[in-house]
Design a protein around this ligand. Structure first.
Ligand code: F6R
Length: 234
């Protein structure tokens, strides 16, 4: 793991952008794995404001809530359109289909990932160490699957809804195996609330209780964090 400590999320977004830019210039990128949430927004701003052209690239998103239409303002599909894809169109962009029968949506997504292997995956991290919607206890062998959101994730995500009741309780998410199959990974984290999860991810034992700790086994991963998120590293 290459840990890069930055001043703030703006510098973090720039660093992450530089990694993508370098790989694109070396012609190593066909498919980019994307995440939603507040963390990657500064990276998406860098991408939007750059002269890089993504119109021959494919994007795949980590996850989507079940039961939200694509045009629901809190759907991850909508988020990606707003923050990146309306401004920088890709040749093709995939987000799991949260409105379909889950078995069908899961099979469809695994087929997409098989046909379009991820060259670089962007990740945020939850306070409990989740990546995508892989909550503590999820098997490291999991590919795309239906996930139940933990209480702490429902609580954390309720800031975007009118209270906990409105937060969907299930989601379709890429699994840890799908994520770790990416050729390169950039994990981003900012703020004190992520410090414990980052320490457990980078220095703790590799355990399914901390889903992001699986990333310790990945051969090509950059962890870009600000000083607050780095505060509990030794
Ligand atoms: C989003 C995702 C989640 C978030 C995580 C952190 O697609 O998969 O794992 O990355 O919940 O969210 P923020 O960035 O809002 O703190």
């Amino acid at each position: 793991m290459q840990v890069i400590v930055v001043k703030d999320s703006h510098e973090g977004g720039k660093k992450a952008f530089e990694i993508i830019e370098k790989m694109m210039k070396e012609d190593e990128v066909n498919c980019i794995g994307l995440a939603t949430g507040s963390t990657p927004i500064t990276l998406y701003q860098e991408m939007v404001n750059s002269s890089l052209d993504f119109s021959d690239k494919v994007s795949v998103n980590l996850d989507e809530y079940c039961g939200l239409e694509e045009n629901h303002p809190q759907s991850y599909h909508y988020f990606m359109q707003e923050h990146l894809l309306n401004h920088k169109p890709f040749k093709k962009s995939y987000v799991p289909d949260g409105m379909k029968d889950p078995d069908e949506a899961i099979k469809e997504y695994d087929d997409i990932l098989e046909n379009c292997p991820i060259d670089i995956q962007i990740l945020g991290i939850g306070e409990n160490g989740h990546v995508g919607f892989n909550e503590p206890g999820t098997s490291f062998a999991a590919k795309t699957h239906l996930a139940e959101l933990s209480e702490s994730t429902i609580e954390a995500n309720s800031r975007f809804f009118n209270g906990n009741e409105e937060v969907p309780k299930t989601a379709i998410t890429m699994g840890i195996k799908s994520i770790c199959d990416a050729k390169a990974i950039v994990l981003l984290a900012y703020g004190k609330s992520k410090a414990e999860a980052i320490a457990a991810t980078v220095e703790g034992p590799v355990t399914e209780e901390v889903p992001a700790s699986s990333l310790q086994n990945h051969p090509n991963i950059f962890v870009i964090i600000d000083e607050d998120a780095a505060a509990k590293l030794k």
